[in-house]
Design a protein around this ligand. Structure first.
Ligand code: C2G
Length: 735
């Protein structure tokens, strides 16, 4: 039997996934020991729902408190021959126990699994995992970052930090703890695993790895409720650090290899905080708790075996720093540290073009005067010339010719920009130059933080749509490629001087999703929707149809879905599985319609549309989606904000939301009630789509009232003059 020890203090939000992952194991002989550590949470319902399937035994900590004491109590109650620890916010992949237990034999005392960090909930992680397993190379790759087959290397060098030494992600023979008297230090609230892990590693006869099993460590960014170790004030955690280090060294006793590993960890611990202090001398904890800390490290640095501080882990300058620290001379260590930093910076500058450009900007460009009549425009990270920036630019060109120097940021060849302007390549040296000297930035996405911004710069963030999908701070979990997303967005939005909003609804949501002040939100409507109110829009549509090669006698269905957070290759590079049955649509509607396919700009997948002949038009690389709205008779979308803009035309909208449950419940969640608030029907299958197109007149009639309400709520400001309103407000000083 395996005893799984889970301790609970807080985190009700996550423990459900944790306990359910035990219930889902295809291994029978388990007991789950849940130790409650003076929790205020009510877990009754959850416990009742899983208790039988996980053979639950519940204990309360009485006299002591903290995770160490809770785990010790769990150990003392464990009835299994094997034990493992599972944090209450983590979970196991479904065949974790079965595949791990298969590895145990007479001599083996420990089996360890892969350890993977994620921002995903269990269901999303498992699904992604399943898909990945079809491609075995990827599994190999995640493991081979470390020497997975050598338990000491793996457990120590995953992170090279003491606080990351962890007993998690492994199953142990319980007799190890009893025979060798190994337990957690009840007094220690932080870093308590180090000593236990080192103790276990010195005692095991043999350990085996199990690549198929994954211990999933769930990341969350909840500084107040559930701070991660590095979010807790250093003066609270640091005293525990040295206790943990000393205890781990004692536990390593005659084991030179483990001691050397610990030396490397301490070496890293010396280098990093010193460099941080040099870089950022005002950091709070340096003032609060400086002396003890520096004494603490120099006492231990003296003991370091310099032979363990190898070139594999440290360069010559870093080694000098550690030596200096061992001499107890703090000033001398600083001096050595400055050299390390200088070398790093220099190397980075020479190898990284952006860092080089940034340095030149700081030391050279920023000496020039700010140009009050320069405006830098960027839409969709330089991928095209469209959206609000394009129409603000167009208005300025038509109404204030020669008043401004307009600079367009481009990141692709062949971006077509009308009118008089200069271009610069995103992140190129000219880009830094223009960004730094221009008074105005107009951008419809988030700006990069690496570009030095002047005090007097005015940034107009136009954004790119009324939100249906929850954004940033209104999202519980972030499932897209960059886990630092929330922190980065917070910094970026602090630099926005104006944020454009299309309606009162957006004004309200932007305040919560960006944590943004109402006073800076400019509720002026969207300039990109101005053409939808143009008196000549019929003629313009004919011209656009000709440009796109759409026969004039055919009606147009625009299919414009959004991207999926969990279908990514890397940040900003997403895949897309086309679920719309184009073959079928061609058969049914080929005589009357064409389908204009427009995937989201994050999607890099290339669609092969040749087989559908004239029936499909590829609008993916077409610059401006406003043009596509103008030529379309019906819009099919899913959760993309495109329908808020399209509704200005008062033409029918269908929602092909085949994965609505996952999108709503796992990936994002919505601000609107999709069932009640939308101006068109939700369609789940291709059959539904075909039916809806056949009955489009009836749908229009059925949705007439709802459409009107929708229009009044979300399209109430757009009237064809948004660009003028924006220009007169933002550029007032320069006109
Ligand atoms: N877009 C496009 N083609 C698509 C989808 C979107 O050109 N197939 C453009 C439209 O201009 C749209 C904008 O990208 O208004 C935003 O698209 P969304 O699908 O809503 O996605 P996202 O980029 O995540 O924007 O608040 C705005 C959104 O909620 C977030």
């Amino acid at each position: 039997m395996i005893s799984i020890i889970v301790t609970h203090k807080r985190n009700t939000h996550y423990i459900k996934d944790c306990l359910e992952s035990i219930a889902e194991q295809n291994y029978d002989d388990i007991e789950t020991i849940l130790v409650l550590d003076h929790t205020e949470d009510d877990l009754t319902d959850l416990i009742n729902s899983v208790k039988d399937s996980i053979n639950l035994k519940l204990y309360q900590l009485e006299d002591a408190e903290g995770v160490s004491a809770a785990r010790n109590l769990g150990l003392s109650k464990a009835g299994g021959e094997y034990v493992m620890f599972l944090d209450n916010d983590d979970y196991l992949t479904p065949d974790y126990l079965a595949s791990m237990m298969e590895k145990f034999d007479e001599k083996t005392d420990m089996v360890y699994s892969q350890f993977r960090h994620t921002w995903f909930q269990k269901s999303a992680f498992n699904k992604a995992q399943q898909e990945q397993e079809e491609n075995e190379d990827e599994i190999e790759e995640t493991i081979s970052q470390y020497n997975f087959d050598d338990v000491r290397e793996y457990m120590f060098f995953k992170y090279k930090r003491l606080e990351k030494l962890s007993v998690l992600g492994a199953i142990y023979r319980k007799s190890l703890f009893i025979e060798h008297n190994i337990s957690f230090n009840n007094e220690q609230f932080y870093f308590a695993d180090a000593k236990v892990l080192v103790g276990l590693l010195t005692k095991i006869r043999a350990a085996k790895s199990c690549a198929e099993a994954i211990y999933v460590k769930r990341s969350h960014n909840d500084k107040n409720e559930n701070p991660s170790l590095n979010q807790i004030a250093k003066e609270i955690t640091m005293p525990n650090y040295f206790v943990a280090y000393d205890n781990a060294m004692i536990a390593a006793k005659g084991d030179k290899e483990l001691k050397d590993h610990l030396n490397v960890i301490l070496g890293k611990f010396i280098v990093k905080p010193f460099l941080r202090k040099i870089r950022n001398p005002k950091e709070e904890w340096n003032d609060v708790w400086p002396n003890e800390y520096y004494q603490g490290i120099s006492v231990r640095a003296k003991e370091i075996n310099m032979k363990a501080i190898t070139h594999k882990n440290f360069n010559r300058l870093e080694k000098n720093m550690i030596k200096a620290c061992g001499l107890g001379d703090i000033d001398y260590t600083y001096k050595k540290g400055i050299k390390v930093l200088f070398r790093r910076k220099w190397k980075k500058m020479l190898t990284n073009r952006r860092v080089f450009n940034k340095t030149i900007t700081i030391y050279v460009f920023s000496r020039f005067k700010t140009r009050n009549d320069w405006i830098v425009f960027e839409s969709f990270m330089g991928r095209n010339c469209s959206g609000q920036p394009k129409y603000i630019y167009k208005y300025l060109q038509e109404n204030y010719p020669n008043k401004f120097k307009c600079i367009w940021v481009v990141d692709r060849r062949g971006v077509k920009i009308p009118g008089k302007h200069v271009t610069c390549k995103r992140f190129g040296i000219r880009y830094y130059y223009y960004m730094n000297r221009s008074k105005y930035w107009v951008n419809n996405m988030r700006q990069p933080l690496s570009v030095p911004r002047r005090e007097e710069t005015i940034m107009l963030a136009t954004w790119h749509g009324t939100p249906l999908k929850r954004l940033v701070f209104d999202m519980d979990d972030v499932h897209s490629a960059n886990p630092e997303y929330k922190n980065i967005v917070f910094k970026q939005t602090r630099e926005w001087d104006y944020l454009l909003s299309d309606n009162p609804f957006s004004t309200e949501k932007f305040q919560s999703c960006f944590r943004f002040e109402k006073e800076k939100i400019l509720e002026a409507g969207y300039p990109a929707n101005d053409p939808l109110y143009s008196p000549n829009k019929e003629e313009e549509a004919i011209a656009i149809k000709k440009k796109l090669g759409i026969p004039l006698d055919k009606k147009v269905i625009l299919y414009a879905p959004t991207w999926r957070d969990d279908n990514f290759y890397e940040a900003g590079q997403y895949g897309f599985d086309l679920a719309l049955d184009l073959d079928r649509l061609k058969k049914e509607f080929g005589d009357e319609y064409v389908v204009l396919l427009r995937l989201h700009y994050f999607v890099v997948e290339k669609m092969d549309l040749d087989k559908y002949g004239d029936f499909t038009i590829n609008g993916c690389t077409y610059d401006d989606i406003t043009d596509l709205y103008l030529v379309s008779d019906i819009l099919i979308t899913d959760y993309s904000s495109v329908f808020f803009d399209y509704a200005n035309l008062e033409r029918p909208i269908l929602y092909y939301a085949y994965d609505i449950e996952k999108y709503r419940d796992v990936l994002r969640g919505f601000y609107l009630d999709m069932e009640k608030d939308l101006p068109g029907p939700i369609l789940l299958t291709n059959d539904d789509v075909v039916e809806a197109i056949k009955n489009i007149d009836q749908i229009e009639a059925d949705y007439k009232e709802r459409y009107q309400q929708f229009y009044d709520t979300y399209c109430c400001i757009d009237d064809g003059h948004a660009a003028q309103r924006v220009v007169e407000e933002v550029f007032a000083d320069a006109l």
